[in-house]
Design a protein around this ligand. Structure first.
Ligand SMILES: Cc1cc2nc3c(=O)[nH]c(=O)nc-3n(C[C@H](O)[C@H](O)[C@H](O)COP(=O)(O)OP(=O)(O)OC[C@H]3O[C@@H](n4cnc5c(N)ncnc54)[C@H](O)[C@@H]3O)c2cc1C
Length: 475
């Protein structure tokens, strides 16, 4: 690192996750003098260290393990797989290490000073960094970008306890497969990590307050998705509230109640026992010790720092990623990052939050972008719908992965694509084409009349788009 204290930066970014490190790269590209402050020993934030990447490593490995157990014999490969969980964790950790080192390289390539330590805003244009040993440095800067991310939300009455009541980070490092894993929360993280441990041999029960899995997901997809997970062996307790937890040496006993009491006040409390409980009810913004008061910024009631085109209420202090409003996703943080730096550099910077896709990396995957049918109905939009099942897609059939469908929603008058919802194989890869179509203001006919390669799952998207005007050809 250059002598950080002796110079004035154009921008100091606090937090080295997808928001922070992408902001740093863009700043370097645009010739801004930038520093990136990170309290962890490695860069990459939640996503690389304890989020997207390690969870995907376990999802990939556990999917192969399950396929080796249940599917290989059917296609003529006789094997008897034996789980080596320690090696599975090592492979995950090695991949994470390589990725975080890659970010260090990108910082050097873009001439960004990385300052390791806890960053605290110390008034306008000043960030004080306390290194692990306690040494303090003050960075002078024209702009501060807050990218401090988020942390797991705890559930009142259910205290975390190492190895027994865990958060998502705990679930990425379990040293043995639980007999009965109870997941509180049927959102993305709970269903992904629940899938990992079910595939590796755990009985998995998911307890969810709402009546629908995958909050925010299109209703038709949610129903099919829950049915699919149930078929795989997951048990769901929907519309159920967890009111307390008691741990003992054998595990954890949860107290459950119906989320909505019946009219006569009924709905008895009951208990559910497991050996590990994963609390996955969401994430909350992280601003502890950040010194926001020194620049007069007050987080809102839920702890988020509000922004107006990434500007906070304090001049020269900007905010991006999970710690501000919008979907808590790595690619959203990355979009914010590019836009905020372009604005700081005097360029136009903009993010279209309607086009931020969501993916759940279960098997099969769920992915969507744009409006759900429920949202279109609520807004009184007149829309048309095309739907195509993977059971009729030749590539999916050949690969024995026929569960699910693609649904395209388009404006009834203009044919503009308003939403695309996919439940099926590689949905996360397929949704990019839908994002691109929508970013260009494309119509369903644009997709329907675009030649797609055969045989690919992407043909299912084209066939669904054809369905908007009623000319699906292959089903
Ligand atoms: C299990 C799991 C799986 C996930 N999977 C996906 C996925 O598949 N796809 C996806 O898009 N998203 C996923 N996410 C969400 C994703 O990780 C976050 O949306 C993303 O990391 C947010 O980026 P960020 O830069 O805003 O914050 P973070 O990644 O949280 O980074 C913030 C960084 O700031 C540092 N920091 C905080 N305060 C200070 C301070 N005062 N001084 C110095 N450093 C500080 C933190 O140590 C951290 O490294 C997942 C999350 C979890 C937990």
């Amino acid at each position: 690192m250059a002598d950080a204290a002796s110079q004035t930066y154009d921008v100091v970014i606090i937090g080295g996750g997808p928001g922070g490190y992408n902001a740093a790269i863009r700043a370097g590209q645009l010739g801004l003098k930038a520093a990136l402050v990170e309290k962890r020993s490695t860069l990459g934030g939640t996503c690389l260290n304890v989020g997207c990447m390690p969870s995907k490593a376990l999802l990939h490995a556990s999917e192969l393990y399950e396929a080796a157990n249940n599917e290989f014999a059917g296609i003529g490969i006789d094997v008897k797989p034996k789980l080596n969980l320690a090696q599975m964790h090592k492979a995950k950790d090695d991949s994470v290490e390589a990725l975080t080192k890659g970010i260090e390289f990108l910082m050097k390539k873009n001439k960004v000073d990385v300052v390791k330590g806890f960053g605290r805003i110390a008034g306008q244009g000043k960030v004080e960094v306390e290194a692990e040993g306690g040494a303090k440095t003050t960075l002078e800067t024209k702009n501060i970008v807050i990218a401090t991310g988020s942390e797991p939300t705890p559930l009142p009455g259910v205290d975390f306890e190492d190895g027994k009541v865990i958060d998502s980070t705990g679930a990425l490092f379990l040293p043995k497969v639980p007999k009965h894993l109870i997941v509180i929360g049927a959102g993305v993280i709970g269903l992904e990590l629940g899938s990992v441990w079910r595939r590796l041999g755990a009985q998995v029960t998911v307890v969810e307050f709402l009546d629908k899995v995958g909050a925010g997901m299109d209703g038709e997809v949610a129903t099919a998705f829950q049915r699919g997970l149930t078929k795989q062996g997951m048990t769901f307790r929907m519309g159920t509230k967890v009111t307390g937890a008691k741990t003992s040496k054998d595990g954890v006993e949860l107290t459950l109640e119906p989320a909505q009491k019946s009219e006569n006040g009924g709905g008895e409390a009951e208990t559910l026992k497991g050996d590990v409980v994963l609390v996955a009810i969401g994430r909350r913004p992280y601003t502890a010790g950040l010194g926001l008061e020194t620049v007069g910024v007050t987080p809102d009631q839920r702890g988020f720092i509000a922004n107006d085109h990434f500007k906070t209420s304090a001049p020269g202090v900007w905010v991006i990623g999970d710690v501000t409003h919008g979907p808590m996703l790595a690619h959203k943080a990355e979009e914010d990052a590019v836009a905020v730096i372009e604005l700081i550099a005097g360029k136009p910077g903009h993010v279209d939050y309607d086009l931020v896709p969501s993916v759940i990396y279960t098997g099969p995957e769920v992915a969507w972008v744009g409006k759900t049918e429920e949202a279109l109905k609520a807004a009184g939009v007149n829309y048309k719908k095309g739907k195509f099942p993977f059971a009729a897609n030749s590539r999916a059939k050949i690969n024995h992965e026929t569960e699910g469908f693609v649904k395209v929603l388009a404006d009834a008058a203009t044919d503009k694509v308003l939403g695309v919802h996919i439940y099926g194989p590689q949905a996360g890869e397929l949704i990019g084409e839908a994002c691109m179509t929508m970013a260009f203001g494309g119509a369903s006919e644009d997709v329907a009349r675009t030649c797609h390669p055969h045989p690919t799952r992407s043909e299912a998207f084209r066939q669904a788009a054809m369905g908007v005007e009623g000319w699906t050809m292959q089903a």
